[in-house]
Write a protein that binds this ligand. Structure first.
Ligand code: PMP
Length: 405
């Protein structure tokens, strides 16, 4: 089945707008993706027809809101093949999901324990573990990357030991686009019974994520990177761990019984969902996943591979451009520097031509230091991008180079 990218583009109203008098070429999808009309409609429809607080209302609107909200959880559970809907926890995004896990672990970590992360972490999956380790006298170990931006699996295997309580790594690097061998990394960690957290912020929109097949303990992601609204995300975790770990926030919904002196906790998923959830965005997230799942995955992945392969080919032909991160298995991200000028100037001058990219350290400062660059210019692709847009991008980049010379 072929992937009809022009039909897909028609579903995204924002893609018809112009920027600085030019048609928008949006290549900042690793930062956030745009939303198809059906997702926008789901949000509007929720607020227009059944806005209510969930679970506790004794009226029709509350019932409808609860049904849609819990239905969205079912869609997401199915999408990642979670063994139970109860282990799918609504959060505000990847960052909060990681913090919930770190909160649980930091109450169990002891002096001498170790946590292993990689050199290619987003700050959300690095600083959080630095803090958790610092509180407990635990050590943070960092897996190096090679010059291509691939994890050094041999070094990883050496760093993982019986002292390792948890390993955390990204499914896909937001700064380089490297796709990590997540099943292999998980298996190595499991040999020493370490917990495994996968930061799926960049992985979720590009692949088939089957948490049971991967074998990890936690897989976390944000809605806004997979065509859903901002402000909503998922923590998936193995049920026994989530059920037994210390609770995160306390308040309404997460309790079972309360007296003036004590409280007992609700069952999953509610024990980790204190307070009124982000109902409308969660419903729209469910709609985004329903929409995304309707594509033939093999055709979609073929399209995405064509985008990154073509962009990489053009980048390699471009004189004065250095790709940062040229791993053999990449998706969605072309990070680069130009001899002609600073990434910030490159981004500014591309924007003048209607092209949106991201420049800077991509919340991965240690990784930028590893590659001895202050930051990069990053073009990142989603399913609605076309090969023509990549041509427009490189034509514009030629002009940028000339302007900076
Ligand atoms: N991890 C990775 C790999 C990311 O790309 C991002 C977002 N840039 C995050 C974590 C944090 O996601 P959020 O800001 O949605 O919580």
């Amino acid at each position: 089945m072929s992937f009809d990218v022009l039909a897909v583009r028609k579903e995204f109203p924002i893609l018809t707008r112009t920027v600085n008098g030019k048609p928008l070429v949006y290549l900042d999808n690793a930062a956030t993706t745009h939303k198809p009309q059906c997702v926008i409609d789901a949000l509007v429809d929720y607020y227009s027809t059944c806005n209510s607080n969930v679970h506790r209302g004794a009226h029709k609107l509350a019932d409808e809101a609860t049904r849609r909200f819990e239905g969205a959880r079912d869609i997401i559970a199915q999408f990642i093949n979670a063994p139970s809907r109860n282990s799918v926890i609504w959060t505000s995004g990847t960052t909060e999901s990681i913090n919930i896990v770190a909160n649980g672990l930091s109450q169990l970590l002891q002096t001498g324990d170790e946590v292993v992360v990689t050199s290619m972490e987003h700050h959300a999956n690095l600083v959080t573990w630095q803090q958790a380790c610092a509180k407990n006298g635990a050590k943070l170990k960092i897996v190096p990357v090679n010059d291509l931006g691939e994890l050094d699996v041999v070094e990883y295997t050496k760093l993982v030991s019986p002292k390792t309580k948890l390993v955390a790594f990204p499914h896909v690097s937001n700064a380089l686009g490297t796709v990590n061998p997540i099943v292999e990394l998980t298996q190595i960690a499991k040999e020493v019974d370490a917990l495994v957290l996968i930061d799926g912020a960049q992985g979720i929109a590009h692949g088939d994520v089957d948490v049971q097949e991967i074998g990890c303990d936690f897989y976390v992601f944000s809605g806004h990177k997979v065509y859903a609204p901002m402000g909503v995300g998922i923590l998936w975790g193995k049920e026994p761990v989530l059920a037994e770990w210390p609770v995160w926030q306390t308040g309404g919904e997460m309790i079972s019984t309360v007296s003036f002196t004590d409280a007992t906790w609700n069952t999953l998923p509610f024990r980790l969902e204190a307070g009124t959830p982000n109902v409308g965005d969660a419903i729209a997230f469910g709609e985004a996943i329903r929409w995304f799942s309707s594509f033939d995955l093999a055709s979609l992945q073929k399209h995405e591979k064509a985008l990154i392969d073509y962009a990489t080919k053009r980048a390699k032909e471009f004189e004065g451009l250095t790709i940062i991160g040229d791993a053999s298995n990449k998706v969605g991200v072309l990070s680069f520097v130009l001899d002609a000028g600073h990434p910030a100037d490159v981004g500014f001058l591309l924007d003048k031509q209607g092209i949106a990219i991201r420049t800077g350290d991509h919340c991965a400062q240690p990784l930028m230091n590893r590659f001895s660059v202050p930051g990069t210019a990053r073009a990142s692709f989603a399913i609605y991008n076309t090969l023509d847009e990549i041509d427009v991008f490189f034509d514009a980049l030629c002009k940028v180079k000339a302007m900076l010379a």
